[in-house]
Design a protein around this ligand. Structure first.
Ligand SMILES: *Cc1c(COP(=O)(O)O)cnc(C)c1O
Length: 467
């Protein structure tokens, strides 16, 4: 068969026959290759693509198959400047966690099996003692995420009862977790006290009555109310609740297990400190804790037992991979001197600006070489955010590569040029996600650790730009 362009495309059968021994047939199978060739020929028939020689038709079909077989969920370079980015999967896990997951995921495990007694066990046993040791809690339960943890606590302790919350804490997190809505779904009645900026102990005292099931404090993690404000100290509220026989729960959101100020980061309340002044604490596994997506409920034994007995626990429970990753990550906390090296989230958050600048200086020539005269590349200071609602008003000094259009593009073309550049970076084999701000596409390098992998993916950027 000739591979020169004809005025009519060859038939599917002829193409298939010609390429029966070609690599794509072996890799994807005859059926998938047939479908891809049909689609390529249809494009030509419908005038959406030009007719090319048979070899090039096959290459087109192969590219289609490659694209179809690429996983939907895949790694990216998060260079947005937000370290714990919810849309980009929050905390990167330590290799210890990845190994622990791999060890249990493809076979049987003792997930709910007590190896000593040879009988049914409890899945929370794999992490409960560790959580208690690290937080001072008497007992703990793990569920799907912190939203689930709050839902479960509310339902288990206050269904058909009132939950008293300060009006200044009726927060919405990420647009989908609103305290009043969660409360309604949990079957609780919300009793708001105080005003948006000021709540006093007497407000709680007056609100507590026979219908009260729980007093809850929500850590206002993704915003700050400033100015003429007053909130009730947890210790006071805890004392009041104890006197009136009402459990007091704190939704901490980003639960620190250690005092981050020891690593030079802004202070954020620890779970241990919150538990010293409350009965129950809920927090996320994949925010500052740096582990896998889950929600942890820790506190008084009797309250945790009520939570565990609730039928919703069964619906919100997590699987063996989550326990494996969480256990392995929690074990790193037993060695706090090395935590900032071994826990990726903490390592990235504590990375010194001088290191990030040095990395930018190493990378700049490689990027300039790949973009040629077309792009201006400069190294600029910037600030990273912690993300996931933690410490919203605190930022970390960092450095970025700022990519700007050549002068010929002009101010009017700048926006479109930056958008197109962003799209090109996202189309790389390992997509690179930056941020457009102040007339530049910025790549914050705080979160870039795989320098070699970044340069490899940038090789394709070169081809894409010159194409
Ligand atoms: C983040 C957060 C939540 C929700 O936690 P997820 O793990 O995202 O479900 C709930 N409450 C507070 C205070 C939070 O910061």
């Amino acid at each position: 068969m000739s591979t020169a362009p004809a005025d009519r495309p060859p038939s599917v059968e002829r193409l298939l026959g010609h390429f029966a021994a070609a690599a794509p047939t072996a890799q994807y199978g005859r059926r998938a290759l047939t479908d891809a060739i049909r689609a390529v020929l249809a494009e030509i028939r419908e005038g959406r693509a030009a007719l090319v020689p048979a070899e090039a038709l096959l290459a087109r079909a192969e590219r289609r198959l490659e694209a179809e077989n690429r996983p939907s969920l895949r790694p990216v370079f998060n260079l947005t400047g937000t370290v714990l980015h919810t849309n980009l999967g929050r905390a990167p896990l330590p290799p210890e966690a990845a190994r622990a997951v791999a060890a249990v995921m493809t076979g049987a495990s003792n997930l709910e099996f007590d190896l000593e007694r040879g009988e049914r066990g409890e899945r929370d046993d794999h992490v409960e003692a560790l959580i208690c040791r690290l937080t001072g809690a008497e007992a703990a339960v793990v569920v799907n995420n912190n939203a689930a943890a709050v839902l479960l606590v509310l339902n288990a302790l206050a269904m058909r009862k009132e939950v008293i919350v300060s009006r200044g804490e009726l927060v919405e997190i990420g647009g989908s977790f609103r305290v009043p809505d969660v409360m309604a779904r949990a079957g609780c009645r919300l009793r708001e006290v105080g005003t948006t900026n000021r709540t006093h102990l007497r407000d709680f005292d007056e609100a507590i009555g026979p219908r009260t099931g729980l007093v809850m404090k929500v850590h206002t993690s993704n915003y700050a109310i400033q100015g003429f404000t007053a909130e009730v100290a947890e210790a006071e509220l805890h004392r009041l609740c104890a006197e009136r026989g009402i459990p007091f729960a704190v939704d901490l959101g980003s639960g620190n297990l250690i005092d981050f100020s020891a690593y030079g980061l802004p202070p954020e309340p620890t779970v241990r400190a919150a538990l010293a002044q409350s009965d129950l604490v809920t927090f996320s596994g994949d925010k500052l804790l740096g582990a896998v997506q889950c929600g942890i409920i820790a506190g008084r034994r009797a309250l945790v037992a009520r939570v565990r007995k609730n039928p919703l626990k069964r619906a919100l429970r997590v699987d063996k991979m989550t326990y494996a990753a969480l256990e392995a990550t929690l074990r790193l906390y037993l060695h706090p001197e090395r935590l900032h090296e071994r826990l990726p989230a903490l390592r990235l958050l504590t990375r010194p600006q001088t290191d990030i600048i040095a990395l930018a200086e190493r990378l700049r020539p490689a990027i300039v070489a790949r973009t040629g005269e077309g792009v201006q590349v400069s190294i600029e200071p910037c600030t990273s955010q912690i993300g996931s609602g933690a410490l919203p008003v605190e930022t970390l000094p960092s450095a970025c590569l700022a990519l700007r259009p050549p002068p010929a593009v002009g101010r009017r073309g700048e926006g479109a040029w930056l958008k197109a550049l962003g799209a090109r970076l996202r189309a790389l084999p390992v997509p690179v996600i930056g941020r457009i701000a102040e007339g530049a596409l910025r790549l914050d390098l705080r979160t870039l650790e795989d320098e070699a992998g970044f340069l490899t993916t940038l090789d394709a950027f070169d081809a894409a730009l010159k194409a």
